[in-house]
Design a protein around this ligand. Structure first.
Ligand SMILES: *[C@@H]1O[C@H](CO)[C@@H](O)[C@H](O)[C@H]1NC(C)=O
Length: 307
């Protein structure tokens, strides 16, 4: 798949950034990953960074599904208040919902419910990490140059603020365009279609009204989903903080999506599209099915099946 060169592109973006942060040849990177498929692409990047001499420490829950140790990085784990099976079941439900044939509204509500459940679980894990004294002490003393994290669970950013170091975000996206707001990209509802709106950037008046209503509803749904994290961040950092404010501290946003697959929107220069990284693994069958999953998800979200 030579049509997917983003690994090189990603390194071109990421490496100078890491190098400038440290006077030594290699940088010291703290990785606070997200479990599930998100990890697979991240692990590819860590292998490459490690082979270029960077020192990497991955901090993850002890009941992770896919996050595993490797010669490419040091692994530190912390206990979390849920079992691996519970996380597996949730991921399974999310997968089933994404590809279910149920009516749109049911699928929409199921999706939000899944977001809410996973947010609660990740919040519990994050709380365990932040209040685990030895591990926090280790991170404070290790003098990392940067945090590499998936901001869908904003734990990495909370740690980065605590350690006063920059963050590199590695993400597919965040519900309610929080990534777009946090990076301060303009997002007027008259021109930027919201997720699930099925509109383009050329909207008729009724479509704009619908888009406005969706963006208002997002405000409420996302406060429900993310309020546990906002409380945790505000308590731990001892200043009131919304998720958007928290993530506005990100230095660079590496988005694992392709601009052509997404709703049209203006983005800030700190956002870099690295879509093909999702298909980074070279095993043909796995690669094909991963890409296929991505394409199917995009088709579902954009409602192309109806065409
Ligand atoms: C480290 O990463 C490289 C590049 O992704 C990979 O080829 C290698 O197998 C990894 N090494 C280990 C010990 O996992």
């Amino acid at each position: 798949m030579d049509s997917f060169p983003p690994c090189n592109m990603l390194m071109a973006v990421l490496l100078p950034f890491l190098c400038c942060l440290s006077t030594a040849a290699g940088g010291k990177l703290l990785v606070i990953p997200m479990d599930g498929s998100h990890w697979l692409s991240m692990k590819e990047v860590l292998g490459e960074l490690s082979s270029r001499g960077h020192e990497i420490v991955v901090v993850a829950p002890d009941s992770s599904i896919l996050i595993d140790s490797s010669g490419n990085y040091t692994m530190k784990t912390y206990p979390v208040p849920y079992k691996q099976e519970e996380m597996e079941e949730l991921l399974h439900t999310i997968g089933t919902t994404s590809f279910s044939e149920l009516p749109f509204l049911t699928r929409f509500l199921d999706t939000w419910e899944n977001f809410r459940k996973s947010s609660a679980m990740f919040q519990a894990a994050c709380s365990s990490l932040l209040y685990k004294k030895e591990l926090m002490k280790f991170m404070e003393e290790s003098k990392f140059d940067a945090v590499f994290t998936d901001p869908l669970t904003p734990c990495g950013q909370i740690v980065a603020l605590h350690l006063s170091i920059p963050t590199i975000f590695f993400l597919r996206g965040i519900p309610c365009s929080i990534d777009i707001y946090a990076a301060q990209s303009p997002s007027p509802p008259s021109y930027v279609p919201r997720l699930f709106s099925f509109s383009t950037d050329h909207m008729t008046f009724p479509q704009r009204v619908k888009n406005l209503l969706i963006s208002i509803s997002e405000y409420f749904t996302c406060s429900i989903i993310f309020s546990p994290f906002e409380r945790l961040a505000s308590d731990f950092l001892q200043q009131p903080m919304t998720l958007t404010q928290l993530l506005s501290h990100g230095s660079i946003w590496l988005k694992r999506t392709d601009f052509a697959f997404d709703y049209p929107m203006p983005v800030m220069p700190s956002m870099v599209f690295i879509g093909g990284i999702n298909c980074g693994r070279k095993k043909l069958l796995a690669q094909v099915s991963e890409c296929l999953g991505e394409v199917l998800a995009v088709i579902r979200v954009h409602g192309l099946c109806e065409i």
